[in-house]
Design a binder for this molecule. Structure first.
Ligand code: ATP
Ligand code: MG
Length: 151
């Protein structure tokens, strides 16, 4: 089986940079490129949801927001796949997953047998003081394969 390189994208400039580097590495190594975006989802505890319902609070708002994020995430992966192909990557697979971003990135890397994970050093948040965002920090700490934080 050929080597798999995974790149995690969140739509940030750093992540696009990581995608371009990942596509270049995949091309040069004739590796498979696996692109993943995680639609962040943290289920509301059922008892809290029941409380909200009893208080007639609109729990559908949370679902509607998640549904929209899923649509945006699917489009993001499509655009990324296209960009990677244009950059010369051969076998490209793009997928939108749901859950906690770092956990999902690690689970996908494991499931795909990735030899390498590329991410942006930072993402969409504005915390300029951070050298590494929390997702790339967690992934780099817990991954068993090579991790590249692209700046
Ligand atoms: P934080 O989210 O901790 O406030 P941040 O947004 O600046 O800070 P991270 O979220 O760690 O930093 O983003 C760093 C990189 O991790 C991104 O460039 C991207 O490669 C990856 N990443 C972040 N969130 C996701 C996600 N939801 N799906 C896929 N990759 C992600
Ligand atoms: Mg972030």
């Amino acid at each position: 089986m050929s080597e798999t390189i995974l790149v995690a994208i969140d739509g940030s400039d750093h992540a696009w940079k990581a995608l371009d580097l990942a596509a270049e590495i995949a091309k040069n190594r004739s590796a498979r490129l696996f692109i993943v975006h995680v639609v962040p989802y943290e289920p509301m505890p059922e008892s809290l949801r029941a409380f909200a319902r009893a208080e007639n609070m609109p729990v559908e708002e949370e679902e509607a927001r998640f549904h929209y994020a899923r649509i945006v995430g699917d489009e993001l992966t499509r655009v990324a796949e296209d960009r990677a192909r244009k950059a010369g990557a051969g076998e490209v697979v793009a997928r939108a997953a749901e859950g906690r971003p770092a956990d999902q990135i690690l689970a996908q890397a494991d499931a795909e047998g990735a030899s390498m994970i590329l991410m942006g050093s930072r993402g969409l948040s504005d915390a300029k003081a951070l050298l590494l965002g929390s997702v790339s920090h967690k992934v780099a700490n817990r991954a068993t394969c090579t991790c590249i934080a692209v700046k």
